[in-house]
Structure formats: C-alpha cells, structure tokens
Design a protein around this ligand. Sequence first.
Ligand code: BES
Ligand code: MN
Ligand code: ZN
Length: 482
Amino acid sequence: MQVALEIRPVEAVECAAAVLPAFEDGPGQLPAPAAELYESKEFSGKPNETALLYAVPGFAARRVLLYGAGKREKLTPADLRRYAGAAARTLQAKSLAQGALLLDGELAGAAWVQAAVEGALAGHYDADALKTERNNGRKLESFTLAVPSGDEALRAALERGRITGEAQNFARDLVNEPANRLPPAELAARAEKMAAECGLECEVLDVHRLRQLGMGALLGVAQGSAEPPVLIVLRYRPEGAAAGAHLGLVGKGVTFDSGGLSIKPADGMEKMKYDMAGGAAVIGAMRGIADLRPAIPVTALIPAVENMTGPAAQRPGDIVTSLSGKTIEVLNTDAEGRLILADAMTYAARLGCTHLVDAATLTGAIVVALGHLRVGLFSNDDELRQKVLSASEAAGERMWHMPLDDDYKDYLKSAFADIPNIGGRWGGAVTAAMFLREFANPLPWVHLDIAGTAWLDDGKPHLAKGASGVPVRTFIELAMAW
Ligand code: BES
Ligand code: MN
Ligand code: ZN
C-alpha cells in the first residue's frame, strides 16, 4: 500500500473515501450530513463507530467515512495509530482502493502524522501470503494523510512512519510463516536478503562455528531437531560513530517450540511457530534502523533453533556448559528460550555491545501476570529501563516494569550444576528473567517478555489475527532517541 501526505484540504482530495475523525464531543466542523447523524443519534463518535456517507457536497471523494474517535481531548497518538489502522481495515473490507484521512488542528503535527501512517500500514496488513486468492483480490492501494497546512517536518514524519510500519509488517510476515517453511536456516536467509537490500552487514554462524565457540546451551536445545541451528548477527554502523554506547538487540528465534521431551500439550501447539517473534522483531527493527540511520551502532543477535523431540534430543537432567563457562542443569527442556538467549548474550558482550535489550516469547507466566496487553519488562539498570519505557510509550507498545529482587535468586538452585534452567512453581516470568540476568551481567540490560503480546488470538478492529509485530516500533524508537 502506498502512503502519502497531501498538504491541502481533505475536501479536495479525489479518492474512494475521505475518512474524517468524528468525536463524541459533537459534529464540530464535520459536513452537514454528519451533523444530521449526530442530531438523529444514529452516530455519536464512540470509539470505532463508523458511518458511511455518499456524495457529500464539497467533497471530491466519492464517499465520506466518519470514524468514531471518542473524546477529542483524550485522544493520544497511540489512539490515532489504532483508529487509522481500523479505518484502513474498514476501507479494505469494503473493497475501496484509496482512502484519505483528515488530520487537522492539533492533529496536523509530526507525532500524529507518524502514528497515523504506522497505524494505517499495520492495519492494512493481512496474513494472506499463503492463501491462493489473496484477500479475494480486494486491496486498499493507497492511504493519504490530508493536512490543511504543514511543512517539511511532516514529510519526514510520514517517511519515518512508513519505514517503521513496513518494518513492523516485515516482522509479522516472518512470525506468521509456519515452521515448515521457516526453519532456522531459512530465517537466516531472509535476514541475509534483507541485509543485502538495506546495506547492513549479516553474518550467519553455522553449527560448526557454534560448536567451535562452545555454545553448549544453544546447541543442547537444537540437538533434538533435524534442522541445524544458526546464530544470525546483523550489524548497523553509522558513519563516524564515536566510541561510546553500542546497542545489542537480542531476539529469541525458536522457529518451533514443541517443548522437547518435556513436551507441550497438543491443544494450541500450532501457535508455537510464533516462538521466534522476538527474533523477527529484532530483524524487522534492523530493517527500519538501516533506513532511518540513527547515530548509535546497533548489533542484532538472533539465536535460531527448533525445539524438537528427535532421537538426539536433550533430556531433562542433562547438564550443558554455556559459552560463559557456567554449567546449566536442564530440568525442563521446554524452558529452552533462556538457554539460547544465554549464549547469545554472552556472545553480544564479546562483540562489544555495551547495552543489551532482548525480546523473547519466554514464559506462559507473563501471560498470566499481564494478559495480552502489556509486555513484561525486566532490567538490571534504571537508566536503560527508563530509555526503553520512554521509547515504548512513544511507540504505543505498552510495557510494565516487573521486579528482579536479588532474593528471587533463591528460586534458582541446582544440586548438580551452577544454575538450573527453571525455578519452582511460582513467579515463572521472574525466575526466567533472573536466569537471563546471570548471563547479561555486568552489562546494563532490559528483557522484554512478549509471550502475551506478540500474537493476537483474535483480530482487532486495527490489527489482523496473528503476529502483532511487538516490539519492532519500540526498538526503532529506542535507537533513534538514544
Ligand atoms: N515459548 C514458551 C513460552 C510461551 C508460552 C510463549 C505461551 C507463548 C505462549 C517457552 O519456551 C516455554 O515453554 N516456557 C515454559 C517455561 C516452563 C517450562 C518453566 C512455560 O512458560 O510454560
Ligand atoms: Mn518452551
Ligand atoms: Zn519457547
């Protein structure tokens, strides 16, 4: 879908449908037919309420879509992002080819423009790549933002929103793709292709190299699968970067998680193709970062494995030696994400990263704690935590600060190795993060548990069922705002 900015009245934009945000406060400047609908109480501007008007006098567009946006003074860019997405989905469902969204008054600013573009691109996305009749042939081809007046700053905001929205959708495609079509080697091939197109460096460490390096924790997870593991490394280097902060983004890339011998129940197992959503988010974010060129160097690391039950599968009770030298007792083979992340984080430090942020569909426990609305955020460093929280707020990806008190470490005791890969029954998201902390220290580090937020079981007005693309936007914003 093309996105564009038109600096002129929306009335003048010729297209299939002009979209007008309509607020609960009343019709305001809306055209007379809209005011009539308010009058007759057929329409009130409640969130996601819609009304379609035809042949509205003064409008070059063939239709006017009123889009309910709630109370005007409560509207935030995050709300607008969702409304723009929902409006794009509404037009698409009606087989309309072009839309133009009015942003006037206070909404004609850079943050609003960026959010609206991101929302429209994300809303337009459908996971139909493998349907032989894509979306029954219906496609919204262009989405225009109409601002009555503006300047170059708005064009830059449009471009930033476009790059960010496309990066998010790129990640969603990877996540929605099933595990038979996207094993670790194929995920690496996609990263390599993207890197070549965007001017990033990409290095793929194969199983021989991983053995040579001694990544026993990662290799232990992979050994039950016929698909060989890889560690994908993407490098972004700005021109003339001074020695200083070097951001490491680490993403869990389990292309399928059967649980291994500690096998998962059949019900819902098909969803475990999304266990590489952290890795996909990191790859997507790097695509955006390559285009937007922030000042900070960024290295991305995606350990990619399949967790299976083959004849060589790792057993509960096995003890592996991680790259850090620490020994790990694998009490549950389904707690595999932390094992591969441990080795990737040790390697990130060796590559010179000074700050680490990981994203991982790590625990069912974070879903119990926070549901599907907020990412669980854990950190060993107040300053980095604040940076990530600010970025997440600007990006409209909600997060919640979770605890990592030192005495949670008492939950992680092994009789036979340095550390077990699981804690007891309680605080599962916290003990998983405590495990990771052992491998992140002493670097400042933030862990994002996205098990509840990377996948939508049901579609929403603004987003299709399936991969959400969280936290691509936060990662891009973090690098840009550093
Ligand atoms: N990939 C899962 C976590 C997960 C659960 C992601 C639900 C998305 C939705 C992870 O590898 C896992 O299996 N975690 C276990 C840990 C347990 C064995 C300590 C879990 O959460 O049950
Ligand atoms: Mn698992
Ligand atoms: Zn997993």
